[in-house]
Design a protein around this ligand. Structure first.
Ligand code: NAD
Length: 457
């Protein structure tokens, strides 16, 4: 089955049809029609898999994707066109250009937390760039995976784009094949498996991984500023797939003297946003499955960690719901501070001086995203130049994901390669250097025999 599917894709690619602007455009339009026609089904699938509220479903997946598709459709001709390159004046009667070309047949493996967004965002780039593609969604979001396999495919050319469902085993079978590019979103553990498989055919890979994204909160003096900060922290943690997001705030760093004010406001706004019983509000996603629920429960099992919980902590295993939870100063060597949390637990770590956060961040793996809430320009400058992370956002969180003009991707342990907007097109393209010379001008000194007077010229 897989063999035949892959042959279909190679044939389609080799026939040249996926390279045509008209094919790319029709597939992008098909993707957009799917999102428009099936909006309700997508929302239902996201509700089924993750208890994701429809506003979050639209904000983070459907709406963002439609925006990306509109940009890709509007920019396609420009992205596909070759760009003139300047040459030194010495190269008389010579011209040069950079011609973007598709890579071939590409594999996209995605994750469960934004199962539609993280599947289609790279697929848009792959198709816009003229590749044939296989999409392997995550088995942990089965309703979305099956919707993509059964419904999305009716909007697309199935000889050029295929959705193949399955888990680790199917994924590994796919990885054994020869690809022209592998685009992977998931954990660093599986990222290593993907990279090892890619070695066999020297396949280029993009790894969109995760890690712990810190939020540094400076001691802001205006009550407006601190309240805006708190609201943005809450939405970036509990209001984005219940913290099951690669760019969710993992933990907060704050000065000791400012911590109690921050905590008091976070509690107040959790209550304002989710009410006395957040579970009843139906606005917080649930944990994806029992395995991840127990993983999160275990993060709190340690006695010292338990003592650090100052808010929330209640868990409903039957409904896979975890209350927004705040921890103050859990031991730094505990799993909650060494592993990616990926859930609604928010450790707050106190420091003597806010500048100490730079050292704190630099002692740990490079984050995918860094958030810094401050008006202090010097601190902003230092954060940019003295720390390394996929992105840094000042005074907000998450919204960098939606900016098509910015590259999205990690550095170090948080992955490598980048996408979104034109960067997605580039990620799935080879930029071929083309040089054209005229026969007319020619100079004797560029040919042997090498004599010293040629060097002097
Ligand atoms: P995962 O690595 O377990 O799974 C990702 C994909 O790999 C799935 O499609 C899965 O079927 C497949 N897979 C699982 N085991 C495999 C194996 N042994 N061999 C081959 N394929 C295998 O990750 P996840 O649980 O889906 O996602 C959580 C992780 O992903 C977190 O670390 C998170 O930060 C990261 N993430 C990163 C981004 C990003 O854009 N950078 C986005 C979302 C999630």
């Amino acid at each position: 089955m897989m063999e035949r599917d892959l042959n279909d894709l190679r044939e389609s690619y080799e026939s040249g049809k996926t390279k045509e602007a008209s094919w790319r455009e029709s597939q992008l339009k098909g993707l957009r029609r799917f999102l428009m026609d099936k909006q309700q089904d997508i929302m239902q699938a996201l509700m089924q898999d993750l208890g994701k509220h429809q506003i979050e479903a639209f904000r983070d997946e459907i709406g963002t994707l439609i925006k990306t598709l509109n940009l890709a459709l509007k920019s396609l001709k420009d992205w596909m066109s070759s760009k003139k390159a300047a040459l030194p004046q010495l190269a008389l009667l010579t011209s040069a250009e950079i011609v973007p070309q598709p890579l071939g047949v590409v594999l996209i493996i995605s994750s469960w937390n934004f199962p539609i967004g993280l599947s289609l965002e790279p697929l848009i780039g792959a198709v816009a760039a003229g590749n044939a593609a296989v999409l392997k969604p995550s088995e942990l979001s089965p309703a979305c995976s099956s919707l993509l396999a059964s419904s999305l495919t009716t909007y697309l050319d199935n000889k050029g784009i295929k959705v193949m469902e399955g888990g680790a085993e199917e994924s590994q079978q796919l990885l054994e094949q020869r690809w022209d590019k592998i685009f992977f979103t998931g954990s660093a553990r599986v990222g290593r498996i993907v990279m090892s498989a890619a070695v066999k055919h020297l396949t280029p890979v993009t790894l969109e991984l995760g890690g712990k994204c810190p939020a540094v909160v400076d001691s802001l003096s205006s009550s407006w500023d601190i309240e805006v900060t708190v609201k943005r922290i809450i939405v970036a943690k509990y209001g984005t797939c219940a913290g099951q997001a690669c760019i969710a705030i993992d933990y907060v760093l704050v000065e000791k003297g400012y911590c109690s004010k921050l905590v008091q406001l976070i509690k107040l706004y959790i209550n304002k946003m989710f009410g006395d019983n957040p579970q009843k509000s139906k606005t917080i996603s649930r944990i994806v499955n029992k395995h991840h629920f127990s993983r999160l429960k275990n993060l709190l099992a340690d006695e010292k960690v338990k003592e650090s919980v100052i808010y929330g902590g209640s868990m409903d295993q039957d409904n896979l719901f975890i209350e927004p939870t705040i921890l103050v100063d859990p031991p730094l060597e505990a799993a909650v501070m060494s592993e990616e949390i990926f859930g609604p637990l928010l450790p707050i770590i106190t420091l003597e001086k806010i500048e100490d956060s730079i050292k704190f961040i630099n002692c740990r793996p490079k984050p995918l995203a860094l958030y810094v809430f401050t008006k202090n320009q010097t601190l902003q400058r230092r954060m940019i130049s003295e720390t390394s992370s996929g992105s840094v956002t000042f005074n907000d969180a998450i919204l960098q994901y939606a900016a098509d003009t910015l590259p999205f991707g990690g550095v170090g342990e948080s992955g490598f390669g980048m996408y979104h907007g034109k960067f997605s097109f580039d990620t799935f393209s080879h930029h071929k250097a083309v040089v054209r010379r005229s026969f007319l001008t020619d100079f004797w000194y560029r040919y042997p025999p090498w004599t010293l007077n040629k060097l002097q010229l």
